[in-house]
Design a protein around this ligand. Sequence first.
Ligand code: ARG
Length: 559
Amino acid sequence: MDHKKYIADKIKAEGVSAEEVASALAVPPDPKMGDYALPCFKFAKVLRKSPVAIAAELASSIAPDDVISSVEAVNGYLNFKINKGGLARETLERIAAEGEKYGSSDMGRGKTVCIDYSSVNIAKPFHIGHLSTTVLGSALYKIFNFLGYRAVGINHLGDYGTQFGKLISAYKRWGNREEVEKGGIHAINDLYVRFNNEADEEMEREAREYFRLIESGDKEANDLFEWFKSLTLAYVEKIYKRLHVTFDSYAGERFYTDKMTPVIKELRQKGLLKESNGAQIVDLEPYGMPPCLILRSDGASLYATRDIAAAIYRKNTYDFYKCLYVVAYQQNLHFRQFFKVLELMGKEWAKDLVHVAYGMVSLEDGAMSTRKGKVVWLEDVISRCVEKAYAVVSQKNPDLENKDEIAEKVGVGAVIFGALYNNKIKDITFSYDKVLSFEGETSVYVQYTCARAASVLEKAGENFALPAQFDLTDEESEVVKCLAAFPATVVDAADKYEPSYIARYAVDLAQKFNKFYFDCKILTAPEGVREFRLCLTSAVLRVLKNALGLLGIGVPDKM
Ligand code: ARG
């Protein structure tokens, strides 16, 4: 049940709508004050009364019932307490019935959300900087699907540009097939780096010629390009598999080659194109931005041109409700610019394009992060985290079976959770010790709580059901309230594009459960109480799994 809505419907005050009341209702920081509080000063102007008078009047007009156990006016606030037993029964029954669907909804039915994330560049291995876009985008993908939207995951491959001419030139000079097959993406990247270090004028000219050959459909150049692309995809797919990341489309920049001509025509027809030093631009000065470059003086298209074509293609193909771009904040201007160009073209849906910007990730271990310009590859971060997880888990419980499998879930989970726990726009410093701590605000802590709950349930066997009558301790009541808040948390996470809300929720629920676990006996509690506590434990395990699942994190049965 939506308690805010329930309370809002009880409040009758002229000029104040139930929606306004529902959105003003807040959860007081101290549960002793109540479960919900209505700050009446918000309505003082409309009602032409003091907050204190409003609170007093409303308090006397609402009678407690099965849902609301008390209403009290305190200093201009109206404090509500929810009937604990009723809430517990309703919540636990719902979780038992809905299971892995608890928290989902069909609010997004009929709406498509395109999510552009990870978007790798051909021949460039993933470094730590690619972590956020990949796991944030993937979590949003899972969250929107869970809410009934059709999410379309798009990997907007960086597969267009003169760098591929350079790559072919470098390969022809120094590469050989066997070595590249063996070394995969790192071998190609080495060739590319070497080209940039050694290139002279002649080599640059040659690279431009190779790029032209790719563009004009030359077979050899295209075969080489496709080979580099397939090596890149084979490499990233291994990482995606470990991180539980999937896509529905790999339509990259090159896919839009033949889709730009109509866009340029349209821009011209609408009088938006201007010449500037031989280049074609859209002037954005009236909007306080530098011009958006559409065609270079040699007629070549740009990153923004392809993004404009891609947005139009996505609208035509998916008729999206929203199109999200999960890309670092360094590209803020790029997104503002091409969103504006689409708006100027008269695409009313330009308002549905959202740049989901995020901050930088760096490694705490400076020595490892840049050794003489050497970047940290994401696969190394994952492997190292899994190795460390193995050690941490074995130390805690040396008799565990399937340690490898558990270490994979714990280590990979820690990498994902480490990137998702903070508000996405914050720059973060990744620390192995921090993300693998059993005590901190970590996935390991949450997973360990799950293992604890699972072990209690295993000892209890299958035979328990919610008793007809029960009373709740404060600790139990806190757990119940938190369980009941999960569906709204998922909605908030989607609204704000913040998977961190779910990560924080999981830690909060785990903490509340642990407080209950240490304060209340479960297995040895008297009959009735024992059954209630087992139901509560089982609900916590279910909801923690649902929450971590939305982030792409698995839960080991034992730890
Ligand atoms: N490949 C680009 C990069 O590495 C990111 C692409 C983001 N998506 C987009 N539609 N621009 O910077």
